[in-house]
Design a protein around this ligand. Sequence first.
Ligand SMILES: C[S@@+](CC[C@H](N)C(=O)[O-])C[C@H]1O[C@@H](n2cnc3c(N)ncnc32)[C@H](O)[C@@H]1O
Length: 497
Amino acid sequence: MSLKNHTLYFGDNLEILREKIPDESFDLIYLDPPFNSNRNYNVLFKEGLQDSPAQVQAFEDSWHWTSEAQSAFEELVGVRKSKTKINEQISNLILALEKLVGHNDVLAYLTMMTIRLIELKRVLKKTGSIYLHCDPTASHYLKIVMDAIFGKQNFQNEIVWCYATPSGASNIFPRKHDIILFYTKSDNYFFRSQRIPHKSGLHNTGQVFASDNEDIEKIKEMEKLGKKVEDWWVDIFSVDRVRAERLGYPTQKPEALLERIIKASSKEGDWVLDPFCGCGTTVAVAERLNRNWVGIDITMLAINLIRHRLARQFESKGISINIDGRPRDIMGAKALFKKDPFEFEYWVLDMVDAVPAQSKTKENMRGADKGIDGVINFIKDVQNSEQIYGKLLVQVKGGGVHRDHVATLKGDVERERADGGVLITLEKPTKPMREEAIGAGFYKVKFGNEFEFPRIQILTIEDLLSNKKPKVPLGALRYFKEAKPIKETKQGKELGI
Ligand SMILES: C[S@@+](CC[C@H](N)C(=O)[O-])C[C@H]1O[C@@H](n2cnc3c(N)ncnc32)[C@H](O)[C@@H]1O
């Protein structure tokens, strides 16, 4: 088992850590797990060239008492055999937490976090650091868990990251800070103080003033050096305010935040892991700062988003991202469909550059009528220097397919006034299906001359795996919002560090 730089793993981080990550692999781990806030987050997509309200569920921000939580609990308290090494102190802690918080979703959250944090300690180098990003509703519990796993002597900081965003709260002080718990594996760890200008934000309080008998030169020198960043951060805006960075992924963290952590706790060439990597802020910054990196996420959507986020950066360097867990052949595709039809659909939609249909969730997918799965947008004309968009509806079928599916898609295309439809199937289409598709005829687009495209196209997963794409006039439009590439955040640049 050896690690490859630039790897994204698609899957549950517990399984991946246990099966694919060797001991003592990383110098720095940053994790930003979903909090237990019970909100479901949506991702925004771009339709055409405008921002659209197209939304799909990115991930569920809550942990429930599932059979997985039950078995993790049993492993932690020692009544079930575990692949994770658990000591008595952890078992006692979990039993005590059960008494304290009860047998509910909060305990599910703490159980699922504890078992993962033990694995994270295993994969951290002896000289490594871990930063756990959480909020004040969970930080007090997680700190006890971290003390038990890493040792309270290895607690280094509780960082308070403050941000100012609008709030509707009127019966409490608006909650405007997150907590980042910084622990190390031993007392022999790497750390480099970060500095910011004396006058930046609220850090004004540390401004250096010259008095009559002080050496002005010395003061100037100190000002030039900047002020050491303390454990409360008020100079980093949330992504809501740094819009250039914004990808529409909920809970996206600012690059400046990750830059500070990565620069403080790693050197060039060090290994960085983000096991809940979302839209990939950690890995994007690690790449920019020449660290080696590995990311893990349980949704195909996040993995796709990161691929798009890093594509340009990577193309120019001539390297590619290794994606582990994305099907490469028909066997892999079938296995993914069997394991998770929802994630299978996302994988397929991404291969044809389709925007997933609005408001799709794992729950409503189970309904009998799932409607259209996605939309491919393209430019079909330019009138008075304005682009006119066309759309193709996409339907993905992992199970059995028959002629009715083509007929239904034809009906959907008419009803939605779309230009055409694409049916993508895991199984080979039958002859009557092909005939029905051919019978649907063509649609036309004008670019100077007139061009014809089949109204209904059928492609198999095998076609897609061998790089065949649906026929789309001038090609499908990229569907993820793009962040403006960020070269260096302000604080670093100002001080030349
Ligand atoms: C709060 S978000 C992380 C956001 C990230 N810091 C960023 O800047 O985009 C949490 C992420 O954890 C992922 N996730 C949740 N449970 C997971 C698990 N068991 N294994 C791997 N990833 C998981 C979710 O899909 C989501 O993308």
